[in-house]
Write a protein that binds this ligand. Structure first.
Ligand code: PMP
Length: 278
């Protein structure tokens, strides 16, 4: 009878904890917890714990688990008071789970890349739901897109938005590389503002690769030298094709793999310039 089960009225986070030489380390925990509270605020949901308590909850559950690399899933959701769509007095419940989650887009995806398709399902409009909130119900849109892509033999879907621009993958942000520069979109294209996306934008600037934030068109995607997905679970995954179009040489590109390498070294505690993210 929980409200969330009927209407998807929850907000959640996906966080990763990696094994490093000095012990296990959670990547950008504070930023993830901040986004959880911002998602809640966008839905008028008051999370009945302080951010510090939630941060400590994530740390405590990692201490209790024995997995070296883990995914952490905090979720705040409306429980039962009413089944009216207005949650009124429904309690806000919070749970945190942790478990091992291997390569999100399948074994070999990080090295070999993935085959994608443009989804017949459009990304929901920012005028309908706030895409920058990580809302449970939002994922029905993603689920339609990814199950359609899988049925047709692809690894992942790319959703266009209602304005005809590229939005994102079913659970990843998207980046295009052209002539040595990087292009990605922002919340105006109905995306979740990924924390991995933000990390890669900062890393790229620090290695003098220009990042252009603008609307992405299908033409840009098809004519790209490289395309990659970013996400907590997907990390930095090369995209090798979009429907029948091969991207660049059809193998993971140099800038993609450079960023993947830097990112993986950072999360594994091997790059002291970014230790403040751990
Ligand atoms: N977009 C969507 C729809 C997602 O589900 C995710 C995964 N959380 C992302 C983008 C990437 O966000 P992040 O880098 O914060 O994991």
């Amino acid at each position: 009878m929980s409200h969330v089960l009927h209407y998807g009225s929850g907000v959640f986070e996906g966080i990763k904890c990696y094994k490093t030489e000095t012990g296990r380390s959670i990547f950008r925990l504070k930023e993830h917890v901040n986004r959880l509270y911002e998602s809640g605020k966008l839905y008028g949901m008051d999370i009945p714990f302080s951010k510090e308590k939630l941060i400590n909850g994530c740390i405590d559950i990692i201490k209790l688990s024995e997995t070296s690399d883990s995914y952490i899933r905090p979720i705040a959701f409306y429980g039962y008071d009413t089944l009216g769509v207005n949650p009124k007095n429904c309690p806000v419940n919070v749970a945190i789970a942790t478990f091992y989650w291997g390569a999100y887009l399948g074994d070999g995806a990080l090295d070999k890349g993935v085959r994608t398709t443009i989804s017949p399902w459009k990304k929901f409009s920012v005028n309908s739901m706030p895409s920058i909130a990580k809302g449970s119900g939002h994922y029905l849109n993603s689920m339609l897109a990814v199950t359609d892509a899988k049925k047709r033999g692809f690894d992942e879907a790319i959703l266009m938005n209602e304005d005809g621009y590229i939005s994102e993958g079913s659970g990843q942000n998207i980046f295009i590389v052209k002539d040595g520069e990087i292009y990605t979109n922002d919340e105006k294209s109905s995306i979740l503002l990924g924390i991995t996306r933000d990390s890669l934008i900062q890393i790229s600037s620090n290695i003098d690769i220009k990042v252009n934030i603008e609307n992405l068109t299908t033409e840009m995607l098809i004519n790209a030298d490289e395309v990659f997905f970013s996400g907590t679970a997907s990390e930095v995954t090369p995209v090798c094709s979009v429907d029948e179009n091969v991207i660049g040489s059809g193998t993971p590109g140099e800038i993609t793999m450079t960023l993947q390498d830097i990112y993986m070294n950072i999360v594994r505690g091997k790059n002291s310039s970014y230790s403040h993210w751990l």
